[in-house]
Design a protein around this ligand. Sequence first.
Ligand code: ARG
Length: 264
Amino acid sequence: MKIKKIAAVALAAVMAASLLCGCGGSDKSAEATTAASGEATVKTVKDGVLTMATNAYFPPYEYYEGSDIVGIDAEIAKAIADKLGLKLEIQDMEFNSIITAVQSGKADMGLAGMTVTDERKQSVNFSDTYATGIQSVIVKEDSDIGKIDDLNGKKIGVQLSTTGDIYAKDDFGADNVEEYSNGNDAVLALTSGKIDAVIIDNQPAKSFVESTKGLKLLDTDYVQEDYAACLSKDNEELLDAVNGALKELKDDGTIQQILDKYIK
Ligand code: ARG
C-alpha cells in the first residue's frame, strides 16, 4: 500500500516536471496519471482526487459564491492539484475539525488561511508558507476602543480554535472571550451589540468591514503570522509533492497573481 502511495505521488511529480519542461505528450501523461492514481488504494490522493479541508467563511481566502467555494486558497489548491495531475475536491467544515480531518485521512490537505504554530506542528505537517496574515481588531464605528490595551475588560469575539482565539484568551482572559463557529457569526454578534470587538485575521477583517455597515478596523498589527497547508504526518511524499508544486507556482508568479486578484 505504501509503495502504491509513493508511486502515485512520484508519478504526479514526474507529470508536474513534464508539464514544466513541456516535454512529452501532455495528453498521454494525463491519462497515465489518472490510471495510476485510480489504482492507488491509500487514504490519500485516492482515485486521483486531492481533498482539501477548509472552513469557507473566511474571505478572501475561502468563501461561498452561490454553491461554489472560491477564494485564494481554493485557487491555490486547484493550481497545486493541476500540477500534480489530481482533481480537487473541497470539503467545508468547522475550522477546528480541519486538523482532525487531515490526521484521520478524511482529507488530504487543510488549506484555510491556517497559521503555522508549534502546537499544530505536533499534530500535522505544514507545507512551505504561501501567504502572511496579521491578527486585527474590528470594532463598531463609534467604539471607545482605539488600541489593543483598550480591549481589557471588554467582550471579545473570535472564531473557535483560531490563533485569534488563543491570543485573546492569553492576553485578555478566557472570561472575556466569546467563541463563535465562524467569523461571520462573530461579526453578527458585534453588530448586534453582544460583544465589543472581534479579533480575526486582517484580510477577512477588511472584507467583513467592507460588507457590514457601521464597523471599522483598529489601526494596529496585533500579531503577524504565516499561512501554510497542513498535511498528514503519515504522508511525507504528499508534503514533498505539495511543496514542489508550491515552489513552481511561486517561481512562475501564479501565487502572486492569485493573491493580487483577491487582495487589492
Ligand atoms: N489564521 C487563523 C488560524 O490559523 C484563522 C484561520 C481561520 N480560517 C478559516 N478558514 N476560517 O488560526
